[in-house]
Structures are given as C-alpha cells and as structure tokens.
Write a protein that binds this ligand. Structure first.
Ligand code: GRF
Length: 218
C-alpha cells in the first residue's frame, strides 16, 4: 500500500505529533510521517521525533524578521523537497497566509482544543471554564486562511466537571486529541473525505461506528 506522505508542523512539545506517528507505525495505516518540521529549533517535539527515527527540520521564523512570505516560501520548499502530500498542524503557533493555504488547499489539517466554532484562538480551556460550558472538546478541521476556521472533519467531546481547573480540563481534552487526530488523518489519507461547499463528507459513511464523537468513559 502506498502511504500518504505527511509532514507534521509543530512549535512545542509535540504530543499530538507523537500520537500521529504511533498510529502511522501500523502497516495498515494509510499515512506515514515523512517529516516533522518546527518553526522553533528548540521545540521539545523535535528531539522526540528524531529519537523515533523520523526526519526533522527546523525553519526558525525569527530569522525572517517579520517577513511572513519568505518564511512560508522556505517552509513550502522544504515540504516539496520531502515530497509531502499532506500537512498536519499540531501545536504550530504561526498563522499561515492565504498564499500558503492556497498552495496546499484542502491538504492542511489542524487540531484545535475546543469544539469549533466555539473558542477560536488561544487559551481555550480557561475561556470554556469562564463561560461555564458543560461540554468541551477538540476539533480537527481543514485549514483556511482565516484562523481556526475551515471545514470541520472530526470532533471529540468531554464533560466539564465540577471542580475542574485549566489543567484537569486540558488533560481530559488532550487525551481525546490523541485519539481524534490519528482517526481524522487516517480518513483523509484513505481518500474517504471530500470537501463540498465548505463541509466535509466521509465517503461510505462511518463503518463500524468510527468514534468521531469520542466518549469520556471514566
Ligand atoms: C494541543 O492542545 C493542540 O490542540 C493545540 O496545541 C496543543 C499542542 O500540543 N493546537 P502538543 O504540542 O501536540 O502536545
């Protein structure tokens, strides 16, 4: 089976990147993590990726002194050098311009720690607690030029419990993220996802009850 060549873009610890690379070890998984690229040379996730035998690269955005286009051109060229077909953003803390997104149209996924379209942007768990929502979660979506927007592919929900603080809620959501992202990438790499009129449809429906809503069963 020819696997889809995926680059995971990170800026930090890379736990979602590791969840994707764990899933990709299975011979039946339709994607391989061909590159882990960071905009921060000191990202902890780079060391973990390298230890796992994955190719790594870093393109330090600070050396481009606010010149987003040059940074993105360098990133784009690095991805082409590695024959990348699909990009997964996983804690990648740079906004991507319309120029970059157009070149990778419907080929960039992102995971966001909230149930979009609620709580776009940063600090989602604190804002969810402040709003008093009873259900929170994570979303995998295709990336459009607008922040935390683009067709929603998969969501996982968790309860917000009495006594939760940012740490306990973040940990509960992160567990879901680590299940959701490999599932979503697997669907895209298997060619089962189509984007029609800004919405995702999954060809063949959800065989075997794929857990797109991931229950928290504790
Ligand atoms: C995750 O919560 C993800 O949803 C968000 O950034 C965080 C990255 O964590 N986009 P990690 O680097 O994958 O551990």
């Amino acid at each position: 089976m020819k696997k889809t060549r995926v680059a995971v873009l990170i800026s930090g610890r890379g736990s979602n990147m590791m969840a994707l690379s764990e899933a990709a070890k299975k011979s039946s998984y339709p994607a391989e993590i061909a590159l882990v690229l960071s905009n921060r040379p000191d990202a902890a996730g780079l060391l973990n990726a390298e230890a796992g035998g994955i190719r790594i690269a870093s393109i330090d955005h600070t050396t481009y002194r606010g010149d987003r286009e040059s940074f993105e051109r360098a990133t784009h060229e690095e991805l082409l050098r590695h024959d990348i077909e699909l990009i997964c953003l996983a804690g990648f803390m740079r906004l991507l311009s319309g120029w970059f997104v157009a070149r990778w149209e419907n080929r960039i996924l992102n995971i966001h720690p909230a149930l979009l379209p609620a709580f776009k942007g940063l600090d989602t768990h604190r804002r969810a607690l402040a709003a008093g929502v009873k259900i929170h979660g994570a979303t995998v979506h295709f990336v459009s030029a607008e922040m935390d927007s683009g067709p929603i592919l998969a969501q996982g929900a968790v309860p917000v419990r009495e006594g939760d603080d940012v740490e306990t809620l973040a940990a509960r959501v992160l567990e879901v993220e680590h299940r959701l992202y490999p599932l979503a990438l697997g669907l895209v790499a298997a060619g089962r996802v189509r984007v029609v009129c800004g919405r995702c449809t999954i060809d063949g429906g959800l065989a075997g009850g794929d857990p797109l809503i991931v229950p928290d069963d504790r």
